[in-house]
Write a protein that binds this ligand. Sequence first.
Ligand code: NAD
Length: 286
Amino acid sequence: MGRGTEFGRVALVTGCSSGFGLLTSIALAKQGYVVVASMRRPEAQGALLEAARVAGVESSIVVKGMDVRNEEQVTSVVQQISECYGRLDVLVNNAGEALGGLIEEIPLSVWREQMETNFIGMVCVTKAVLPLMRANNSGRIIQLSSISGEVGFPGFGPYASSKFAVEGFSECLALEVKPFGIDVVLIQPGAYGTPIWDKGFSSMSSQADSPYQELLKSILNYSKRSAENAGNPMEVAKLVARIVAMKSPAFRYRTPFGTRVTMLAKRGLPERWFQRMILKLLARKS
Ligand code: NAD
């Protein structure tokens, strides 16, 4: 990264080797941002760089190795941003993974890994950027939460718990940093066609004599059907690009339309009805 006040607005995006992170980096670069596209394994930057080349924005993308669980790496990347650009306008906390299974059977190590990546990682990156944003009295922090941040679905215990944590964290954060000109925005996507689900499904298994085998089968069937009908992840990248351009964004965005309907049902129906509805949906064969 070269030093310079000649740079315009600067964004840091986490988890950019695939999915929303990759597409969002390109969308922000097209909007004129210098994008510090961070990823756990920088050797996996090929797809991002190819997309940047096709979009004609290679010169606006700076790849940095950064595992959000590694505080030293996170601090170092933010320090480099501060030294090179003296500003950070946007942070997109996107890095995440989806670990699932049945609560009784998931080892504690998996719970820890899920919380460490999806939640503590987000806390770590957010804490690191706040001094820089506060110094400039402005900034926008966009959190990739999920519909699972407000609706618990069987089989997604670790994932939903981590995203509920993201929601609580973001509600507190929004109020603490507003006086410093920093906006916090939550995005709650439903199912979109990114690599996360394949990785998540492969982590779901039950023990051979498990009393949950039938439930797991219906969860996997339902989740696969949802994945087949999943939305185009470009929609989420475009939403992030719209949010960064807004003067006064809302606090939460739910996408696609079905996600908004699910939330209306959760809010409007008695909670036991809503839970029965989810179990009925799962029991459906197609
Ligand atoms: P993805 O698997 O393509 O992207 C996730 C990225 O995070 C990957 O590049 C992965 O390498 C990276 N990552 C994982 N652990 C990391 C770590 N410790 N440090 C740095 N990077 C790490 O999937 P995606 O769907 O693009 O997911 C992006 C975000 O969107 C996640 O937070 C996910 O929970 C959320 N989300 C996705 C969906 C969906 O349907 N795809 C729905 C709701 C929310």
